[in-house]
Design a protein around this ligand. Structure first.
Ligand code: NAI
Length: 377
């Protein structure tokens, strides 16, 4: 077993999530070809770096991501900083020959995302974008059922990612509300996950028609006085056409009271349907129209050891999984690609690019009011 030394860039929300996953991965997945080492964490100043290093259990802490990228000790650069920084860090890491994980949305626009995907593929490094939601065992089970023909041909997909965490107007104007830092609002921040798992389940999206809404126009400046303008969408909804001929509707909002952090879908096929909500993330609902007429109805499958990735968690059925576990699965998927057990992770930069291209088409459509074709990657 070899060590795989990670440099984590950014010790915020995702710094915490990825550190937990790196620390707990070997406790779940054993034996493993690579043992992930929390070697170096990078933050914006000495105090935050030292604090993150201690809290998240890293051997070293630093303040310069360029040094991390050039550090010969480091095998993997894990990019967990605001969206605007993804491009520079990822491109430098690829140039240095490191394997790279980058959080979603991959880039602020399709051009940058395309350059990142092309460069990663040309360099032959393992590249993964943080679409951990599709790695949820219940969503993986949905894909397995679809591939086995359990619901026939997909006719329609209704997907959503809804939360209420930014409905509070007192939440300060952090980077997520600034266009040049984030690219978009709810669309890229959370809608990108819904785009990704919709593509995963139903294939490529070719055309969209969208609308965007802004509910909270100004927010207090962080740590200061006065307010600043919110430049991004609070909610985006769009109709979609898939390459297969199926149609759909995808909705994202971070100002939807009643939804904590919910994502899900209802997929109707020619012989059955599937339904999932993240608020019950261990359950997949499956309707098989071929059941005898006197016992038809949705059945609820509680995912566990017999289901995708289930063998790595608890040997006892019914223990269920959590958000953190999807990040452990993400690390497993990445390590399997580094070890050559699979050709690439499930969610590569190309998936990041394809989601970004859908997001761009949605924004264009919202501006023009027209159905808009999604650019080819
Ligand atoms: P955050 O704001 O909580 O953390 C970002 C951290 O990066 C901050 O601690 C900040 O000080 C640090 N940082 C900023 N500039 C830096 C630099 N030059 N060098 C080193 N550190 C720097 O943001 P959060 O929520 O962790 O988001 C980070 C990324 O993860 C974003 O791209 C976001 O879209 C994505 N994300 C993904 C999620 C998922 O479920 N896959 C969930 C939440 C965020």
């Amino acid at each position: 077993m070899k060590d795989l030394k990670f440099a984590v860039i950014g010790g915020g929300f995702m710094g915490k999530a990825h550190s937990i996953a790196l620390a707990t991965y070997p406790m779940y997945v054993w034996p493993t070809p690579y043992y992930p080492q929390r070697e170096l964490i990078v933050e914006i100043n000495d105090m935050l770096a030292a604090e993150s290093g201690q809290r998240f259990g890293f051997n070293r802490a630093g303040t310069d991501w360029r040094q991390a990228v050039e550090d010969p000790e480091i095998d993997v650069i894990d990019v967990l900083v605001p969206n605007v920084l993804h491009y520079d860090v990822v491109m430098a890491a690829i140039e240095a020959g490191k394997h790279v994980i980058c959080e979603k949305p991959l880039a602020l626009d399709g051009d940058k995302a395309r350059r990142m995907a092309d460069a990663a593929e040309a360099a032959g490094i393992v590249n993964q974008v943080g679409f951990n939601w599709r790695l949820t065992p219940a969503i993986q089970l949905a894909k397995k059922l679809i591939d086995e023909g359990a619901i026939g041909e997909i006719r329609s997909v209704r997907s959503f990612w809804l939360g209420e965490f930014f409905n509070d107007p007192s939440v300060p104007l952090v980077w997520r509300f600034q266009k040049e830092q984030a690219g978009s609002g709810a669309l890229g921040d959370i809608g990108s996950h819904a785009i990704d798992f919709s593509r995963f389940l139903a294939g490529e999206i070719t055309e969209v028609q969208g609308v965007q809404q802004h509910f909270i126009k100004e927010r207090p400046l962080p740590g200061g006085t006065g307010t600043g303008v919110v430049e991004v969408d609070d909610a985006t909804a769009f109709m979609v056409r898939f390459e297969s001929g199926a149609t759909g509707y995808i909705e994202s909002s971070w100002a939807a009271p009643g939804h904590k952090s919910d994502a899900g879908f209802e997929i109707t096929g020619s012989t059955g349907s599937l339904s999932f909500t993240w608020e019950r993330m261990s359950e997949l609902r499956f309707y098989d129209g071929r059941d005898a007429a006197d016992r038809q109805g949705y059945r609820t499958i509680l995912v566990g050891p017999p289901h995708p990735y289930g063998e790595h968690f608890w040997p006892v059925p019914g223990y269920q999984i959590s958000y953190s576990d999807t990040k452990v699965i993400q690390i497993l998927d990445f390590i399997q690609a580094v070890s050559g057990e699979k050709a690439a992770p499930q969610t590569t930069f190309r998936d990041g690019l394809r989601s970004t291209l859908v997001e761009e088409a949605v924004m264009e459509s919202a501006r023009t009011g027209q159905w808009t074709k999604v650019a080819r990657d």
